[in-house]
Design a protein around this ligand. Structure first.
Ligand SMILES: *Cc1c(COP(=O)(O)O)cnc(C)c1O
Length: 381
């Protein structure tokens, strides 16, 4: 097979003229940061996912840090999460002095397995951080039931799942807090950006404080004078700015089309790869309609008589940007240094060894998909 003339990455943003115009308009406005656009964006995202409140952050990682702070995670608290995620998920627990506890995945969905969560609960458990890996929603109803029994906070990492449906409802209002990321490969982008959606006024207030130095106007401002404010918590500058929010507002107008296109691409992969030997396709649980941030296959090396690395290299040689998401978090040297053992989550580790990411993004054409399918057929033969 001849290689593609241009590299096709595993994911990328779609920026149109209207996005550019929206950003330019803000650049000409009096506000580059903390103007009207951030609040407008928060409103639009909250409405879209059906949550009461939303607090925008400078990126998804700072948003997760904010959520862990709002949940009250501190020294000695345990937070149960999945090893198959980007390191930012469990890093947010570490920022607050907590201890990430990794629970194994469900082999069908690659998502954290609620039964494994229950096995890891101790008297120190404070929260659960499930991840909607690849854009497929976790079984949040079951996880919320577990949380209620044990009095835990649930922070859903929805970095992949803005626009995905769980039981016919958008992800973002079921957990106590849900994080979405607006990094360029994610469902929509603001360059860098993130948000927490919640129905809790208490979390909403804490998140706003934390995002902006722990400073707020107080009732005393009136008697003290208009300059007066108080810093009551140790917060950070984790704010989103109006330029980012203007881009986000423009992107939100198109999100349904983006998700629709990702679903079409996944359906085309599903159809065309069904008969290719040695390739295991992703599955969805009933009631889920993924947003398909990632399309992950598994390679049966014995059947293919090739290692994952061989297949990966052959695909890359054709200019196809296959990837692997993710190395189990506790395998990273930093986590190894904290004392996590290999073998902790056997299903996740086995899955990782044979996983491969195929490109999917809203701007992909059917031709792109068919080229990748043909390449895989070739490699598998
Ligand atoms: C991207 C991502 C994050 C972090 O988001 P940023 O906006 O890049 O900081 C967190 N968790 C998961 C699962 C992600 O994919």
């Amino acid at each position: 097979m001849k290689k593609r003339t241009s590299f096709i990455s595993y994911g990328k943003q779609q920026i149109d003229e209207d996005d550019i115009a929206a950003v330019v308009e803000t650049l000409r406005s009096p506000f580059l940061t903390q103007g009207p656009k951030v609040e407008e964006f928060e409103q639009v995202v909250a409405n879209y996912v059906g949550a009461k409140y939303a607090v925008a952050f400078s990126n998804g990682t700072t948003a997760l840090h904010g959520a862990c702070y709002a949940a009250g995670i501190g020294d000695g608290d345990e937070v149960i999460t999945t090893p198959i995620t980007f390191a930012a998920t469990s890093n947010a627990v570490l920022y607050c002095g907590g201890t990430p506890i990794f629970a194994d995945i469900d082999e069908r969905t690659y998502n954290i397995d609620p039964l494994e969560i229950e096995k890891k609960i101790t008297s120190k458990t404070k929260a659960i951080m499930p991840v909607d890996f690849t854009g497929q929603p976790v079984d949040i109803d079951t996880i919320m039931n577990i949380a209620e029994v044990h009095n835990l906070v649930v922070i859903q990492d929805g970095a992949h799942s803005l626009g995905a449906d769980y039981k016919r409802r958008k992800v973002g209002s079921q957990a106590h807090m849900t994080m979405f990321s607006f990094h360029p490969v994610k469902p929509i982008t603001t360059g860098e950006g993130g948000i927490i959606t919640t129905n809790s006024e208490e979390y909403f207030e804490k998140l706003k404080l934390f995002r902006s130095h722990g400073i707020s106007k107080t009732p005393y401002a009136e008697e003290q004078g208009d300059w007066y404010y108080e810093m009551t918590e140790l917060g950070y500058n984790y704010r989103m700015n109006d330029i980012q929010a203007a881009l986000g507002l423009s992107q939100m107008r198109k999100i349904d089309g983006f998700i629709q296109r990702r679903r079409e691409i996944a359906a085309l992969y599903n159809e065309k790869l069904a008969e290719v030997p040695g390739i295991i396709l992703p599955k969805q649980l009933a009631g889920n309609d993924s947003g398909w941030h990632l399309y992950m296959i598994q390679l049966n090396s014995e059947e293919l008589m090739k290692s994952r690395k061989d297949v990966f290299d052959e695909m890359r040689a054709l200019n196809i940007g296959v990837h692997v998401h993710y190395i189990p978090v506790y395998w990273h040297p930093y986590y190894q240094g904290l004392g996590y053992d290999r073998g902790l989550c056997p299903r996740a580790e086995k899955w990782y060894e044979q996983a491969m990411t195929l490109p999917v993004f809203a701007g992909m054409t059917d031709k792109d998909v068919l080229f990748i399918v043909r390449a895989l057929e070739d490699v598998a033969r």
